[in-house]
Write a protein that binds this ligand. Structure first.
Ligand SMILES: C[S@@+](CC[C@H](N)C(=O)[O-])C[C@H]1O[C@@H](n2cnc3c(N)ncnc32)[C@H](O)[C@@H]1O
Length: 210
């Protein structure tokens, strides 16, 4: 859709807004539309052949990730929740064709170890306390130059608090540990971007030892 069919942009805008609101009303957490637009753009530039999403939920973020994937690329989405994964798979398969897709239900920490592929784009948006664990398992499954984008790095501002609430402590600890890991790994360079709830954008194979 380009200049000839501007009404399609309006339709898409409304569709995404409705889906975002519906998800939030059903208490299904989803990324912000701004974060989605950023992911859409990142995929457009990076042109990944193999994309992995950890925590695809009901497929809202998946929409932005898959939208600009080239035909013959592949998408792998993982989520612990079978019901959310089912929603994601039916919605995304109906909308997008030509991209190879797999939707796997299970704990990403176990599932990724068994994947027989290397990725060049990974989006992380699952349990915050497990971010360090996801990084450990994906590091063995990355092509040089791979982009790793992690959401919720500012965790609604809680990451800046010296005294996070008790029920946020594990998540805050996980995010901080993840940030330490990506900034101390000599194979990785990272920038934090203040979009949505904060994104950590890392490039694997681009650090001092990359
Ligand atoms: C914030 S939601 C994802 C939202 C989704 N990315 C979106 O914006 O549409 C986090 C998801 O991670 C999933 N999750 C949590 N821990 C997980 C794990 N260890 N492995 C796979 N999925 C996990 C949850 O079931 C939940 O659907």
């Amino acid at each position: 859709m380009l200049i000839d069919n501007l009404s399609l942009y309006l339709e898409e805008k409304k569709f995404l807004k409705d889906l975002e609101e519906k998800s939030r009303s059903l208490k299904i957490p989803v990324i912000s539309i701004e974060t989605g637009a950023f992911l859409e753009f990142a995929v457009l530039l990076k042109k990944p052949k193999k994309l992995l999403e950890i925590g695809c939920g009901n497929g809202f973020s998946t929409y932005f990730l898959v939208k600009n994937l080239k035909i013959c690329s592949s998408y792998t989405g993982i989520d612990l929740s079978k019901s959310r994964l089912f929603l994601a798979e039916s919605f995304i398969r109906e909308r997008f064709h030509g991209v190879e897709m797999e939707f796997i239900s299970g704990n990403a920490l176990d599932v990724i170890v068994d994947l027989d592929k290397k990725f060049d784009f990974v989006f992380i948006d699952a349990a915050k306390f497990e971010y360090p664990g996801y990084l450990e398992v994906i590091l063995k499954k990355l092509n040089k130059g791979a982009l790793i984008i992690a959401d919720n790095i500012f965790y609604n501002g809680k990451i800046f608090s010296q005294t996070p609430l008790r029920h946020d402590k594990k998540s805050v600890k996980g995010i901080k540990e993840y940030l330490k890991m990506i900034t101390s790994n000599n194979m990785i360079t990272t920038e934090l971007i203040d979009i949505g709830d904060g994104l950590a954008i890392s490039i694997y194979g681009d650090g001092p030892d990359g």
